[in-house]
Design a protein around this ligand. Structure first.
Ligand SMILES: Nc1ncnc2c1ncn2[C@@H]1O[C@H](COP(=O)(O)OP(=O)(O)O)[C@@H](O)[C@H]1O
Ligand SMILES: [Mg+2]
Length: 245
């Protein structure tokens, strides 16, 4: 339910989603450009005022086509908002559970490869996303974007590492792989899903059930070794990504 049509100079068009910290609205600026207004629950904002700003600080330091640009804040009677670049598409959650999409090998490969490009970018800047999930990825059929940096942190503190993003990435891949699985569930994913041993080992490594990956480039290398949908597995990653993405 939307209780107001305007927030400062912005006209609110619809509610995009809500979660832990508040509600996101799709809005237009006076020039008609689409933006997202992320409104914090007043209680959350007061109690976590230090925490809330991690998202703003981290996003402000990033520039990647698959990450929303941080455009500013609005401090109004209706509440406190972050203004974010709008990224088009549907969340993977909506594609899976509302639109009942069955993801093909091609789609899984494209989405996985694009997410890994974003993770390589983030990790090279010492940023761990920390909340990569099917609710925080949108896909427009050509390109994914990674949203919601509310739990993102710099690695310097030592208490958060890239491994967290690897296991979240593994979970997202499992959701996509399960979209084609319709039989009665009987066991663990590596028993239920019809996957090559190489893919199983890759997923186990992501999920912390086998030897950990040393870095994100190695994750991408191994993803390109075992997930390409066609038979040209001999091509190097760069040639494959140009051909398939
Ligand atoms: N920049 C954006 N572009 C498009 N949709 C967005 C954007 N930011 C958020 N959304 C939508 O709003 C939902 C909630 O936003 P999110 O940042 O994930 O907040 P929360 O912390 O509440 O999970 C997302 O799942 C997505 O559907
Ligand atoms: Mg979210």
């Amino acid at each position: 339910m939307i209780f107001f049509r305007h927030a400062g100079i912005y006209t609110i068009e619809s509610k995009l989603g809500g979660g832990r910290y508040g509600v996101c609205y799709l809005a237009r600026d006076p020039e008609g450009r689409r933006v997202v207004l992320k409104r914090f629950r007043p209680k959350m904002f007061r109690e976590n005022s230090g925490e809330n700003h991690h998202e703003a600080v981290i996003l402000s330091g990033l520039a990647h086509p698959a990450v929303p640009e941080f455009l500013g804040v609005l401090n109004l009677r209706q509440g406190y908002f972050f203004i974010l670049e709008y990224k088009p598409g549907s969340t993977l959650r909506s594609l899976l559970f509302r639109q009942r999409t069955e993801f093909t090998d091609e789609q899984i490969f494209r989405i996985g490869a694009q997410l890994l490009d974003v993770l390589i970018y983030l990790h090279s800047r010492s940023v761990v996303h920390g909340d990569l999930s099917i609710s925080n990825v949108v896909d427009d059929g050509r390109q994914v974007s990674l949203l919601d940096f509310g739990l993102a942190r710099y690695m310097d503190g030592g208490d958060i590492s890239a491994d967290l993003d690897y296991s979240c990435f593994g979970n997202v891949l499992l959701y996509l792989l399960y979209s084609r699985y319709h039989e009665q569930k009987f066991g663990a994913w590596y028993e239920e899903l019809d996957l090559s041993d190489q893919k199983k080992e890759f997923l186990k490594r992501l999920l912390g059930l086998a030897e950990a990956f040393p870095d994100t480039e190695s994750v991408k290398q191994e993803f390109f070794n075992c997930f390409p949908p066609c038979d040209d597995q001999s091509k190097p990653p760069s040639a494959q990504s140009n051909a398939l993405i």
